[in-house]
Structures are given as C-alpha cells and as structure tokens.
Design a binder for this molecule. Structure first.
Ligand code: NDP
Ligand code: 2IT
Length: 444
C-alpha cells in the first residue's frame, strides 16, 4: 500500500466520526502523492506524514456562563494547536452550534498550509465553541467571551498562539476576549488579531479576507485571458468575508447579484446595494431576507439554491461543504467559468473534482482566503513594532501577498506537470515550506 494511503487509513481509524477532518486530509494527501512518492523513503523514516496529520496539542475545556435570566449555561471550548513548525500557532476562533473537535481539526490542518502559503512566519491553529451568538444579548456574548478567555488565556500568547475571528467572531467578540486576556495576564500584547483600531488593531484587517479573495481571483483571471470587469458574481454568505468580497468586486467593475445567509438567498438583478446589506448585517444583525423588503428589484428565496442563479463567477463565502456536485453542475450549465473559495472547504470533493475536470478556473480556499490571516500577521508585526501602518500601506502588502500566493500556486502546479490545477499547486507549495521546517527541527 502506498505511504499516502496508509496514513489516510490511519487517520480515518484513529479519528472516528470526524468526517470533515478526513475530507481535508484526503484532499491534501491526494494532491501531494507526486511529491511524496518522489521522497517516500525519507518521509517514511521520519514519519513525516504521521506527524503532519496529528495536532501538536488539543486543549478542550468547560465554558460556564450566566444568561440574562440568571440561568447557568455550559458550552464546550477548544483550541487546536496544530503545527508550529514555521511560527506561533495562528488561526481563528469559531462560535457556531456546529463546532466540534473534528471541525476544528479540519480547520487547523487547512490553516497550517494556508499560513505557510502566505510566506509569513505563522503556524497553524484553530479554536472555538458550540456557543451560538445568534439571538444573544451583548451582555450574554460578553459573559461567554470572558469565561472562554479565562481558560484559553493559559495557553496563548503573542509569541505562542494568536487567535482571531472566524464564523460568529467579529469586532465585538474580539474586544471582549482581548479585555479579559489583559485582565487575566496583565499583558498588553498582540495576543489576538482583528482588534479594534483604538487598541492595537490593523487597518484593512476587517476587509482583508474579502479583498484578498478578489485580488487573487483577479490575478487568476488575468493569467487566463479573462477579466473581472463587467462579470456577474454570485456570493454565498453575508458575513465578514462575503461583504468585503462584494465591496472589492464592485469596486473593480463586477456586478454582484446574489448573497445569502443560513435561511435563504436574495437575488437583485440590478446588482446588490452594499450599503443596505451592511446596515442589515453589520448594524442591525438582521437576516438577508430584510434586503428584499427594502429593495424593490430584489427577490428573496427561502432555503438553499443560490448556485442555480446564472453567473460568470461564483464565490462561496459561508461555510464548509455548502457547494456540492449538483451545485457545481448547475453553475457550469449556466455559464459560470470561475470559482474562488472565500470560505474554508466550501466545495465538496466531488464539486472540486468537477470544476477541475470541466476546465473551470478554480482557486481553493487555502490560497484564496489567505488574505485574512496574512493581514493578521501584519497586525502582529505592527504590534511588535508598536506602530501602525496606513490603510494604503497595509492594502498594498495584502495585494502583493495575494499575487505572491497566486504565483507560488501556479508555479508549483506547473513544476509537477499539472498546470492550472491550483488545488494541487496550493497544497504542494504550502506543504514544501512546512516540511522543510519540520525536517530541519528534528523529531518534534
Ligand atoms: P461570519 O460569521 O461573518 O459570516 C458567516 C456567513 O456564513 C453568514 O452569512 C452565515 O449565515 C453563513 N453561514 C455560516 N454557517 C452557515 C451554515 N452552516 N449554513 C449556511 N450558512 C452559514 O463569518 P466569516 O464571513 O468570517 O466566515 C465565512 C467563511 O470564511 C468561513 O468558512 C470562515 O472559516 C472563512 N474565513 C474567514 C476568514 C475571516 O477573516 N473572517 C478568513 C478566512 C476564511 P447566518 O448568519 O445565517 O449564520
Ligand atoms: O480561516 C482563517 O484563515 C481565519 N479565520 C482567519 C485567521 C486569522 O488568524 O486571522
């Protein structure tokens, strides 16, 4: 049996019930076959793959908090410190009822390669809780965040592990978490990123994942003789990534015609009005359906189905496995020619294979959404230097990093004879740096 298959079988056996983790490992290992087979003896002897798929450490803890009725509630809290070969653990915190250890392991595994691709010195980690911020008061969210950080603060630090936002964690939650970290440790340090601008945050971090997604999409299109201007774009989700991907796509002359949330989607034939979306989502914390109540040209549809809307470009920016084979076929049938993943692993394996086999341009999440964590690393640099760069400076660095990721990804694919396969390219390029660092540091 090949080394890759042996390690994959072991992952399935040793991590029962963690389907998303198996899926993420399989996708990476499958595309690394060519690289691994060329170095099989060396990697086997060093148990390189076995170490790569095993998190360095998982911390799991109880999060008790008191709701507005005086009732004590208990959630599960986690931090997966996946790989520190190239820098301190770095990655977001997700607050969503679907969170469990397997989901966070898939995210931490992906994060390790993504962070490597950025070229910056950050390892891979991810954390979160099954706490659902939806419908909770600000005080309840604060109570949860303070309790969560009381435990987490023992395991993180500016040179050790630096969490940030992800689904359900934005500026409000980062503020509560930071306040509690400072109170617990007495340290005013860059232990979290995505901080507010008045207490150590970086300009552009809010926009970074969405802007970065459009920067790399633009680069991919240009290298393939296409352009963004005038194209119609469907974007799923309406959170941080979806909103700022829309903003940059519109700035560059595209027309964003649809957005969604977990209840349904809106279609606006005139192109969405982003100021209305921002008011609903960022200010009122409302539902996407409210857009159709306010904008006459828009239609709201309850439930799934956003990928049946005809478009040139599709950007899944909500959550894992939100785009399946049937969706991929519908996109292709309606003329879509490019897909870039703002979310982490939003396309199922079958959908990804369909895109690649049908000549569609496809940029996988670990390359396409790396602008968020890259800008987090820029926030860490500014915190260490104790200064702040301007919006233009950070935006330019972000743009250069995304162009760099495109180049590394495209070159690695070409080098291994799979030109245009950015899935293989991103996995190989991300892997090479992590492996070199791991091999250099001995058996750890
Ligand atoms: P937000 O919480 O800001 O927004 C999430 C959006 O996705 C909401 O519209 C939400 O709808 C929708 N969504 C979440 N879960 C589901 C679900 N199970 N089914 C359907 N819709 C869902 O999160 P972000 O925008 O930050 O994150 C979106 C994706 O991007 C995630 O995959 C995240 O891991 C990834 N990402 C985020 C980065 C960042 O910097 N924030 C960086 C890189 C990747 P609803 O409100 O109804 O729940
Ligand atoms: O998935 C991700 O890359 C993020 N949620 C951002 C992580 C970060 O540390 O900024």
């Amino acid at each position: 049996m090949s080394y890759v298959d042996e390690v994959y079988d072991r992952v399935v056996k040793q991590n029962p019930g963690e389907g998303e983790f198996h899926q993420a490992v399989k996708e990476v290992l499958d595309s690394l076959r060519i690289v691994i087979e060329a170095n099989e003896e060396k990697f086997r002897k060093a148990a390189l793959l076995e170490r790569l798929v095993e998190p360095e450490r998982i911390i799991s803890f109880r999060v008790p908090w008191v709701d507005d009725n005086g009732q004590v509630r208990v959630n599960k809290g986690f931090r997966v410190q996946f790989n520190s070969a190239i820098g301190p653990y770095k990655g977001g915190l997700r607050l969503h009822p679907s969170v469990n250890q397997g989901i966070l392991k898939f995210l931490g595994f992906e994060q390790t390669f993504k962070n490597s691709l950025t070229g910056l010195p950050i390892g891979g980690g991810k954390g979160g809780s099954d706490f659902d911020p939806k419908g909770k008061s600000d005080r309840e969210v604060m109570a949860f965040c303070q309790s969560f950080m009381t435990e987490l603060s023992k395991y993180i630090g500016a040179d050790q592990d630096v969490p940030a936002g992800d689904i359900g964690v934005g500026a409000r939650e980062i503020g509560f978490l930071y306040g509690q970290y400072k109170r617990m440790t007495g340290l005013y340090e860059g232990v979290l990123t995505g901080k507010g601008l008045t207490y150590g945050g970086s300009l552009v971090r809010t926009q970074a994942t969405g802007y970065g997604l459009i920067y790399i999409l633009d680069e991919m299109l240009r290298h393939n003789g296409k352009e963004l201007e005038g194209k119609s774009v469907v974007i799923s989700g309406s959170g941080n990534v979806a909103i700022y991907a829309s903003e940059k796509a519109i700035q560059l002359g595209a027309k964003v015609v649809a957005l969604s949330d977990s209840n349904g989607y809106i279609y606006d034939k005139n192109g969405i009005r982003l100021e209305v979306i921002k008011e609903i989502k960022e200010v009122r914390r409302g539902r996407i359906k409210e857009y159709a109540d306010e904008v006459a040209s828009a239609v709201y549809t309850e439930g799934k189905g956003i990928w049946t809307i005809p478009c040139d470009i599709a950007l899944p920016c909500a959550t894992q496995n939100e785009l399946n084979l049937e969706d991929a076929k519908a996109l292709k049938a309606n003329g879509c020619f490019a897909v870039a993943e703002g979310a982490n692993m939003p396309s199922t394996r079958e959908a990804t294979d369909f895109f690649l086999e049908n000549g569609m341009l496809f940029m996988p999440g670990k390359a396409a959404n790396a602008g968020g964590v890259a800008t987090s690393a820029l926030e860490m640099s500014q915190n260490s230097l104790r200064l702040s760069w301007t919006f233009e400076e950070v935006d330019k660095k972000l743009h250069d990093i995304m162009v760099g990721i495109y180049e590394k990804t495209a070159k690695a694919a070409k080098r291994y004879g799979v030109k245009g396969n950015y899935v293989a390219g991103a996995n190989i390029a991300g892997f090479e740096k992590v492996v070199e660092a791991m091999m250099a540091q001995g058996i750890v």
